[in-house]
Design a protein around this ligand. Structure first.
Ligand code: ADP
Ligand code: MG
Length: 693
């Protein structure tokens, strides 16, 4: 809920203008007048001058004026309203409408003087504007004095209505545009006044110099800089507030006894790498503290994060607490479950498995054990944090591939009594620097920068789809030699069903191509968990030579003997996916190969991606390149949640501003906490949670 306005303030313009408008404004994220003021234009139209008709040029957007010669409905090639204007200078202009209302036709009656605005193009009968904005005017009617803002909006909320309500909000209450930051604070940073900046952006003066206009369009104009700075400052202030709140919270002290962790280290069958030892020390130390850990463990695919998670879990269990270990997909969660179960077999630590597809009875049995505290270790998908699951002694929550959870899911997690638990997040993707300074700034980070020994680098081959037949043969020969192969089906984002069909067809194709001499298995997301597990187990045992799979195998699946991966239509996959997929092989001693089949023509982006994956094996480097191609928004999962986290500042282009805002936040909190609070209220109001997500 928005904060109530202080006594004596005017009612919000939105509320005054009726419930319908308020609803529509809510849809564009505007709940208070303060937010109307921060609803800034996408671009501008210049209605401050008219171009004589004879001087109009195709391709330019312009305002012009003329007298209607005649207006007709024409029917060929399709129904349309066509109006011919004559200019005072003898020029002509055609107006064309493919849909129109009777009153528009009436307004364009012969003899009427109209002012039109739109993009001019070459038509059959000379220059024309399709669907121009227009109004009937008197000769010499005054022109606008300011550029006309075009706002982001939603269906049913017209520009005119939006302009009116925003202009009203701007004029209504000077407090809303008043400066809330200390004078010397903004002055030293050469920042425009807040009021000047918003007034400028909502209604810039006409005839700006080319340079100024460009800066305005590119959002580098000082008025924009002030708004972006403010937005980033609010975000930094809110982050620091959260950090402080976290430091004040109490978490259980998980000292451990070392009994289980040392047992695990004996059982895994390998020695920790130096990097693993270091991050394990960091995490173990955090768990012993009474403030909740919020640590991100970063490590490339295959760097050995799972064993670290297991160690952390056991330290919590040694301390008598419960642990929840969550993965983003069922297959990955299940893989963790199996691995942990085999590591802990006979140790006396029961693991409860929870996923969305678990039968009700098994689920109940599991949740009861957790609720009573009889079982300490829960592994599963986000089903772990759904209703009906109680973890009364929760001491540690582990989230694998955390960036794959959307913002909304992460928010839901926050609500689930995690506040008092330690949190370990794991990711194979490095956080881009700007994100580390902003959305992830209150995390501590551990990095696994060393691979376990004995890995052989994966050779990558790019193969044109035309030569697919050769690959089929080659794989057949490898399989006959006892090698194991993943064959990944093309990604079909629009349709899971189609993806499934493709997988089934590919399975049939390969089965018949190898004439029963090679066992071909099939794994896809729609299979029953039991069948999936059986297939995986058969593959692990080597009973399946070629495993046809949809991208369900993308994350985390670990079968050391599989040394070849074929990816169909590699051009459709994202870089992170390709890297993850390729990471499934090269885990054993055998020389490994990843074949990327691609079909031409390739888009520029697809070409770039294939080049990056071909030339790089370091996951951090690939992720960096990926971010260059895509931008950090994807990393945040902002797309899934449909919520833009930063409206004005750009995480790539505004790095310097982010740094400035970070320092400024410290200074403001120290010198003028009241101003910091005012600033937060203006910018975040009721939405603080989202910025932090
Ligand atoms: P990721 O970081 O991608 O989650 P995993 O935890 O799945 O990596 O580890 C990949 C593989 O490497 C697993 O088979 C795991 O048992 C093995 N592994 C982990 N640490 C070591 C190590 N220090 N020495 C040898 N193998 C290791
Ligand atoms: Mg993993």
């Amino acid at each position: 809920m928005p904060k109530a306005a202080s006594a004596g303030r005017k009612q919000p313009a939105a509320a005054k203008s009726g419930a319908g408008l308020a609803d529509k404004l809510a849809r564009i994220g505007v709940a208070r007048d303060e937010e109307l003021i921060l609803h800034l234009p996408l671009r501008y139209e210049d209605h401050t001058r008219t171009t004589p008709l004879a001087q109009l040029r195709a391709g330019e957007t312009a305002q012009a004026e003329g007298v209607v010669r005649n207006t007709d409905i024409q029917y060929r090639p399709r129904r349309q309203l066509v109006s011919l204007l004559a200019g005072d200078d003898g020029g002509q202009l055609v107006l064309r409408f493919f849909s129109f209302y009777p009153n528009q036709q009436k307004a364009l009656a012969t003899g009427h003087r109209v002012r039109v605005f739109g993009e001019v193009r070459d038509g059959h009968f000379g220059l024309e504007i399709v669907h121009p904005q227009f109004k009937v005017v008197e000769e010499g009617a005054p022109l606008d004095e300011r550029l006309t803002p075009v706002y982001p909006t939603t269906a049913g909320l017209g520009q005119d209505a939006l302009r009116k309500v925003i202009a009203r909000a701007l004029a209504a209450d000077p407090a809303r545009t008043a400066e809330v930051l200390p004078e010397d604070f903004t002055h030293r940073r050469h920042l425009w006044k807040f009021g000047d900046a918003v007034r400028f952006l909502h209604a810039p003066p006409p005839r700006l110099s080319g340079l100024t206009q460009k800066a305005l369009d590119a959002r580098t104009h000082p008025a924009w800089t002030r708004l972006k700075f403010d937005e980033l400052l609010a975000q930094q202030l809110s982050l620091k507030a959260h950090r402080k709140a976290r430091a004040a919270r109490r978490a259980p002290v998980l000292t451990g006894t070392g009994a289980l962790t040392s047992l695990l280290l004996k059982r895994v069958g390998f020695k920790l790498t130096r990097a693993q030892e270091r991050v394990w020390r960091e995490i173990s130390h955090d768990l012993k503290r009474a403030t909740p850990m919020q640590r991100l463990l970063q490590g490339d695919v295959g760097s050995g994060k799972t064993v670290i998670a297991a160690l952390a879990a056991l330290q919590a269990i040694e301390s008598g607490r419960q642990v929840a270990f969550m993965a983003p997909t069922e297959i990955l969660a299940e893989q963790h479950y199996r691995k942990l179960a085999s590591w802990l077999d006979g140790v006396g630590v029961e693991i409860v498995w929870l996923s969305g597809s678990l039968p009700a009875k098994a689920r109940r049995a599991g949740t009861e054990k957790l609720a009573s505290g009889a079982a300490k270790f829960a592994v599963g998908t986000h089903a772990l944090f759904q209703e009906g699951v109680e973890l009364p002694q929760l001491g540690l929550a582990i989230v694998d591939e955390q960036h794959r959870f959307g913002v909304a899911q992460r928010l839901a997690l926050r609500g689930k009594g995690l506040a008092e638990a330690h949190q370990l997040m794991m990711s194979a993707t490095p956080i881009p620097r700007t994100l580390a300074m902003t959305f992830y700034a209150d995390l501590d980070v551990s990095v696994l920068d060393e691979m376990p020994p004995g890995r052989t680098p994966v050779g990558t081959r790019l193969v044109n789809q035309k030569r697919r037949g050769e690959i089929v043969q080659w794989v057949g020969k490898l399989a006959a030699d006892g090698r194991q192969v993943y064959w990944v089906c093309p990604l079909i984002e629009e349709s899971e069903k189609l993806e499934l069909q493709t997988a089934v067809a590919l399975h049939a194709e390969l089965t018949s191509a190898y004439e029963g001499k090679v066992t071909v298995g099939l794994l896809h997301g729609r299979m029953k968990p039991d069948d999936k597990a059986k297939t995986m187990a058969a593959f692990v045992r080597g009973e399946i030579a070629v495993l046809v799979a949809t991208t369900v195998i993308e994350v985390g699946v670990d079968v050391p003997n599989a040394s070849v991966m074929v990816i169909e239509h590699a051009e459709r996959f994202g870089l992170a996916q390709l890297h993850q997929l390729r990471g499934r092989v090269g885990r054993g001693a055998a020389e490994s190969t990843c074949v990327l089949l691609f079909e031409e023509p390739l888009t520029d982006t697809a070409k770039q991606r294939l080049k990056v994956i071909y030339e790089n094996s370091d996951g951090f480097e690939i992720a960096r390149q990926d971010l260059l191609i895509r931008g950090p928004g994807e990393f945040l999962g902002a797309r899934q949640s449909g919520e833009a986290l930063l409206r004005f500042a750009d995480l790539e282009r505004d790095v310097a501003l982010i740094e400035q805002a970070r320092d400024a936040a410290d200074e403001l909190l120290q010198k003028d906490p009241a101003a910091a609070a005012r600033h937060l209220d203006r910018w975040l109001g009721g939405r603080q949670e989202f910025i932090k997500a």
